[in-house]
Design a protein around this ligand. Structure first.
Ligand SMILES: [Zn+2]
Length: 70
């Protein structure tokens, strides 16, 4: 389950991205990529994508407190 503000992997380029919105039913979210994307002839930073939450992976490297289930 992802939450607003989570660091995630961009579903398009695999770079750093953050969750900026999660739908009320928790199934879809908007991910804002922090990397540049080539869009037509321009490269744009900060593109947002509407994706299913199941497609989004947390970027574990940015979790400040790793949880151990042991
Ligand atoms: Zn990206």
């Amino acid at each position: 389950m992802v939450d607003v503000g989570d660091h995630v992997v961009c579903p398009v380029c695999g770079g750093k991205a953050r969750v900026v919105y999660v739908s009320r039913d928790g199934k879809r979210c908007i991910v804002k990529c922090l990397q540049r994307h080539i869009h037509g002839l321009r490269s744009i930073r900060g593109l947002c994508f509407l994706v299913d939450c199941s497609e989004v992976k947390r970027n574990e490297r940015y979790l400040s407190k790793p949880t151990k289930l042991m």
